[in-house]
Design a binder for this molecule. Structure first.
Ligand SMILES: O=C(O)/C=C/C(=O)CC(=O)CC(=O)O
Ligand SMILES: [Ca+2]
Ligand SMILES: [Mg+2]
Length: 421
């Protein structure tokens, strides 16, 4: 079958071919109101213009105002049949052989906006943010570093996807500066805690689920229906202050060491776009309990990289390369487990996968592991790094490489600025 092509020119290396069509929210001008869009090549297609022109003409979206909203919460709440209808409409509208938009100069000029000229915003209002801990390699390394060699991975980890409740208010869009947090820390062997700017500021390379339709309080999601509740994925950086974290986390878990900022990428890549890159999830031993046992156990082959760009440098240096398919617990197991006690999820909720570390030392997803808590410096563009310095920009990227096109996530970046005085 011929490969689907758009009339919008798309560079072969672009993350945003017609096969992707990730959803975001943008402002065409600083004074404009936010509106939903999909990325196509170097452009964003304004979905409020497409809707206003009456071009969503399928049965589910014909009279819908879901693209006349300042965020995607309403659209993601509609569920997979509406998402499929929107995707079919947009792929047809943007295809090389379809004249409706291609030959309508006026509409094209209104609806196709150069990406370089827009401001990208958070795609959804995130009501709740949860962070899982699903890489065995990350769990083992953190266990060794924080707790020593006795039992780096506790028995519960193999039985359930461990997580903590994160902080939604500090989830920010890619490009937002991150202020170095201040807090209490306790130097190892030291007798009294100190207060000041974190000396062990780190990134965590993660991906995150954007929840579609939620579930009613008291009604868990069945594991085999969990995929119906997943709209798509974004890149995520769970900034972490390791010195604050190590001192505060016993016995209740992460708090101020992580809640000062979490960055997500602007484009939500849908599960439909990722489907050609689905892979078999790793075998689980011991087998999970029935409520976590799924008919199809799916992961995705998504290559992930983190780069650091020190202040004043033109280029960034790569510090890790990993893949989403290293994770032990699947996205659907995470979601089903989250609701098994009756907890309700809502459209736009953000479920971080946890740090995506792979088995090789070069595939570790954070500096804590890469430098083994600052014992071994990493060389970045000729500079030594144990933890992040002021002015460092961390850039995460992710993509699935097919033979004819790339499905990419763009980038998720943030720069460290000095702590408050
Ligand atoms: O092992 C610990 O005490 C803590 C580990 C983390 O900081 C991990 C966390 O945020 C979850 C994850 O990213 O996998
Ligand atoms: Ca994390
Ligand atoms: Mg964080």
């Amino acid at each position: 079958m011929a490969v689907l092509k758009s009339f919008v020119e798309v560079h072969p290396d672009s993350h945003f071919p017609i096969q992707n069509l990730p959803y975001g929210v943008f402002k065409p001008q600083p004074s404009s109101s936010p509106r939903p869009g999909v990325a196509i090549g170097d452009y964003v297609l304004d979905l409020s213009e497409v809707a206003s022109a009456g071009l969503f003409d399928g049965p589910l979206l014909r009279n819908s105002d879901s693209f006349l909203q300042p965020n995607l919460n309403k659209f993601v709440s509609l569920g997979r049949p509406a998402w499929k209808e929107a995707r079919a409409t947009l792929q047809k509208l943007l295809s090389a052989t379809e004249p409706t938009l291609r030959d309508n100069k006026e509409l094209r000029q209104k609806a196709l906006v150069p990406l370089s000229s827009v401001e990208l915003l958070l795609p959804v209002v995130v009501g709740d943010y949860t962070d899982f801990f699903t890489s065995l390699h990350h769990t083992k390394n953190c266990g060794l570093i924080f707790r020593g060699p006795q039992t780096p991975v506790l028995d519960n980890w193999y039985r359930l996807p461990v997580a903590y409740h994160g902080r939604a208010s500090s989830v920010v869009i890619s490009g937002t500066d991150i202020v170095r947090p201040r807090g209490q820390a306790h130097p190892s062997g030291g007798s009294t805690p100190y207060f000041g700017p974190s000396l062990k500021l780190d990134f965590e390379l993660e991906m995150a689920t954007i929840v579609g339709p939620g579930n009613e309080l008291g009604k868990p999601v069945d594991i085999n229906n969990a995929e119906d509740h997943i709209f798509g994925l974004v890149l995520m950086n769970d900034w972490s202050a390791r010195d604050i974290q190590a001192w505060e986390y016993i016995p209740l878990g992460p708090f101020l060491g992580k809640s000062f900022g979490t960055t997500i990428s602007p484009w939500i890549v849908t599960l439909e776009a990722l489907e050609p890159f689905a892979s078999q999830a790793p075998k689980q031993d011991p087998p999970p309990l029935p409520y976590l046992t799924e008919k199809v156990s799916k992961s995705y082959d998504i290559s992930l990289e983190a780069h650091i760009k020190p202040a004043g440098h033109e280029d960034s240096g790569v510090v890790t390369r990993t893949n989403l398919n290293h994770l032990y617990w699947t996205l659907t197991q995470q979601l089903a487990h989250h609701t098994i006690n009756g907890c309700n999820l809502r459209p736009g909720d953000l479920l971080g996968t946890g740090t995506v570390s792979g088995p090789e030392p070069e595939s570790r997803g954070c500096l804590l592991e890469l430098t083994w808590n600052g014992q071994n410096a990493l060389s970045v563009n000729g500079l030594n790094r144990k933890f992040l310095e002021d002015g460092d920009e961390v850039i995460i990227t992710g993509y699935c490489k097919g033979s004819d096109y790339t499905i990419g996530f763009g980038t998720c970046s943030g720069k460290i600025v000095p702590a408050a005085p």
